[in-house]
Design a protein around this ligand. Structure first.
Ligand SMILES: *Cc1c(COP(=O)(O)O)cnc(C)c1O
Length: 403
């Protein structure tokens, strides 16, 4: 072999390449699997970039377009998009005139925002325990909690499972109170053929990156009630009405606006909603295949009668023999193996400041507490691979066996 001046650099380069490939392989085999991950395609990136190339980054055409698409998708008359699901809940509470001295019946098994929105306006959340199968508010226990102060029921479609809206609507009608639907976790789910976000006097969606579709941060109010829509529209942007000028304010308002950059992302995501629902179904199917025969856990249902489910988080339930300490050990084991997981949800009534403010204690809502103590949310997102689910299954199985 004849050495030229180029041979040495060539060999050097080849060795570098081999080292690079090897380290890539290695880092892939220990790659972390996050709890959630957004599904952003070129379509979303192009949509956002195209807004950035215009002079109007907020209150431009993308906001009403996103709202129109949301309203059409859920068959609602009005959608008012804003900067978070929490803001959307807050504005519904204000639009319905719920305030100091009022009570609202709600679930302790939810993300804390569904209850905090009542505290913002000094209304009192009155919790009702949950149904052990759906994890949603137990409708058979609501009426005993209704008093003269009860203004509304705020039910949550938790994990993408629909609450019992037929019964909820009956109760609300009978007692002449409002219904608020927190469907932040259920975009794309259906109940008797109607989409989540269609129930209640007003409903919300949220678009944080772990939700079924994302705008980065964002949320929306959905309603068929013109008055609620107008009030939310006004309060979203400093309290001025539709036709009033920029610096004239009809009521107390906020800056809860959602920029056109976020809206463009939302429009592109919502266009893909069918494929997103399909992808999530496939991932849930991987879990059923690989976790289905593991002892010691109950898997979340893949289907519920009269419902279509767009799963939000995939939370398995440990058998009752596992203690709180066991769950901690199992979760630590998962994390050590690079597998994201979380206890979804710690109950709201046992959050420190709720206990302090309202005197709630352990044992108040035994079903919610029992479930809350035994759930582990596993990685769940549109592009989760079967190989990753297989790995999660293997690790989980070995952690469960040590009991
Ligand atoms: C995500 C979520 C919210 C709030 O959404 P943000 O956009 O994070 O404010 C409200 N309720 C429930 C049940 C949620 O899961």
């Amino acid at each position: 072999m004849k050495y030229t001046g180029e041979t040495l650099p060539c060999i050097f380069f080849a060795v570098l390449c081999i080292i690079f490939v090897m380290t890539q392989k290695r880092s892939q085999s220990v790659k972390n699997i996050p709890l959630a991950a957004p599904d952003i395609t070129k379509k979303e990136i192009d949509a956002v970039l195209s807004v950035l190339k215009t002079p109007v980054l907020s209150l431009g055409p993308k906001l009403p377009e996103f709202e129109k698409n949301l309203a059409m998708y859920t068959k609602r008359k009005y959608a008012v998009a804003m900067n978070s699901g929490t803001s959307a809940l807050h504005l519904i509470v204000r639009a319905l005139g719920i305030g100091a001295g009022d009570e609202v019946i709600t679930t302790p098994f939810s993300f804390i925002a569904s209850s905090n929105c009542l505290l913002f306006e000094n209304a009192k959340p009155v919790f009702v325990d949950i149904d052990p199968l759906s994890f949603n508010i137990d409708v058979s226990k609501i009426e005993e909690k209704i008093t003269k102060k009860t203004k509304a029921i705020l039910a949550v479609d938790v994990f993408g499972r629909m609450a019992d809206w037929k019964k909820l609507q009956q109760i609300a009608k009978k007692h002449n109170i409002f219904l608020i639907e927190d469907s932040a976790e259920a975009l794309g789910s259906e109940y008797f053929g109607k989409k989540a976000g269609k129930f209640g006097n007003a409903s919300i969606f949220a678009f944080y990156p772990n939700k079924q579709i994302t705008t980065g941060e964002g949320g929306a109010v959905l309603t068929d009630d013109r008055k609620i829509a107008d009030l939310c529209f006004s309060m979203r942007s400093q309290g001025h009405d539709k036709n009033s000028s920029w610096l004239i304010h009809q009521r107390l308002g906020y800056n809860y606006r959602l920029s056109d950059i976020n809206c463009a992302l939302g429009i592109a995501q919502l266009k893909r909603i069918r494929s997103i629902i399909q992808k999530r179904k496939i991932v849930a199917g991987f879990y059923k295949k690989h976790l289905g025969k593991i002892r010691g856990i109950t898997l979340p249902p893949l289907s519920i009668p009269h419902q279509k489910m767009n799963i939000f988080v995939y939370a398995i339930l440990l058998d009752e023999k596992y203690t709180a300490h066991d769950r901690m050990r199992i979760m630590e084991g998962l994390k050590k193996n690079g597998i994201g997981c979380r206890e979804y949800f710690p109950t709201i009534h046992l959050q420190g400041f709720y206990k302090q403010k309202f005197g709630y204690k352990m044992g108040d809502f035994p079903v919610a507490e029992s479930i809350s103590n035994r759930t582990i949310a596993l990685p769940f997102f549109n592009n989760l691979k079967e190989a990753e689910v297989r790995k999660i299954s293997t690790v989980l199985q070995s952690l469960l066996k040590t009991k």
